[in-house]
Design a protein around this ligand. Sequence first.
Ligand SMILES: Cc1cc2nc3c(=O)[nH]c(=O)nc-3n(C[C@H](O)[C@H](O)[C@H](O)COP(=O)(O)OP(=O)(O)OC[C@H]3O[C@@H](n4cnc5c(N)ncnc54)[C@H](O)[C@@H]3O)c2cc1C
Length: 409
Amino acid sequence: MKIIIVGCGASGIVASIFSKSTDNEVIVLEKNSKPMKKLLLTGNGKCNYFNDDFSFEHYYSDDIDLLSKVITDSNMSKILSFFEGIGVVPRIKNGYYYPYSNQAYSVYNCLLKEATLRGVDILYDTTVLNIVRKNNSFIVSTNNGDYVCDKVVISTGGKSYSKTGSSGDGYLFGRSFGHRVSVVYPGLVQLVSSDNFFKDLSGVRCDARVSLYSDSFIKSEVGEVQFTDYGLSGICIFNLSNYVGKLLDCNKKVSVRINFFDGFNIDDVSSMNFFLDSFNDKVCSRSITELLEGFLNYKTVNLILKLCGIDSNSSWDCLSLKLRNKLCNFLVSFNVNIVGTKGFDNAQVSVGGISLSDIDINSFESKIVPGLFFTGEVMDVTGDCGGYNLGFAFLSGMLVGLSLGGNND
Ligand SMILES: Cc1cc2nc3c(=O)[nH]c(=O)nc-3n(C[C@H](O)[C@H](O)[C@H](O)COP(=O)(O)OP(=O)(O)OC[C@H]3O[C@@H](n4cnc5c(N)ncnc54)[C@H](O)[C@@H]3O)c2cc1C
């Protein structure tokens, strides 16, 4: 059997390794002059390739029930033992898997070496332009001529960070075979605000709870928030961002509320009021600015006092109950209006894609066109930060390879 895999990214290379066998000839067609360009950028060059908490609750898809059937402990053990078997030694920090070397190059080298050892043929500078089915075969047209094969695997990635090669071609191929493709939005990306105070906060980082609201509460995350001149960044913000593109597209109002005092388990105005009152009793003769600077960056303190209309030299004791409550509300529920994301060029992933409902979830084979398979980000599957996207890319590559009759001895 001759198998063509379109794209030599994270999922494509794993699919090639798992599908290669004595009976299967495997050719990977890659438009770049090198494989896995995106993988080398992952985890700031350290490649966070998996997570201990491998649960479907960390994924987004219109068909999350289908996805939950393959996000299983047994599949997790298979993929992790595969990585150990090819020489990737894990370093696990708070459940996040990295190669022990802390270098994405280790994962890259081990995967490439394994594909070469198994006899996978990778053709570079080869862009797939079109795929058609003729009788029981596929004709894959490229800038270097046509290839005929029995099975095709679409591993083109989505359309995030297109400079790495993933420019959305997979959606066109899927659509040309009658697959439904949901609207694709940037995910794991910075959020842009319409509020005019961000110039004052640019550069500030703080640990906080951030909660996404549209008509009602959607999701909350705890972590380091980074204030920039356009809005918000940081891993906790990225994890909220997967909802934002679609909400804004539906003309919904979107906001992020920041609780600066989550670390003290304070989440409402009255507890905040009580906390500051008690703290004020412990310290003597401090202005409200000095009081708050024990907890927050001075830029944040200045801004919040300005927004509340409180004189920075006044003391907590002198504030009216109304002003105290106003201040406390800013401290536990600082509202940021969100009007956009930083787009696909900055997004780590694409949210949406080829619908899982047209795909057999155990093999990732098309239900519409037998012999056509999908792996990775091109499908409507998006994970949180923390190794979930590479995790899914590898998992789907493995399941496709196994269902194509490859072995993994
Ligand atoms: C900066 C950054 C950091 C990230 N960090 C992490 C992280 O730490 N952990 C994590 O889990 N995820 C991370 N991700 C996400 C993760 O890298 C992707 O989800 C994953 O690489 C998707 O794998 P894939 O195989 O589906 O697609 P890709 O890895 O994008 O590979 C697709 C390949 O297909 C090729 N291709 C596309 N179209 C064609 C065509 N027409 N013909 C031939 N070849 C084609 C492309 O050139 C590319 O090589 C990060 C992403 C970015 C951008």
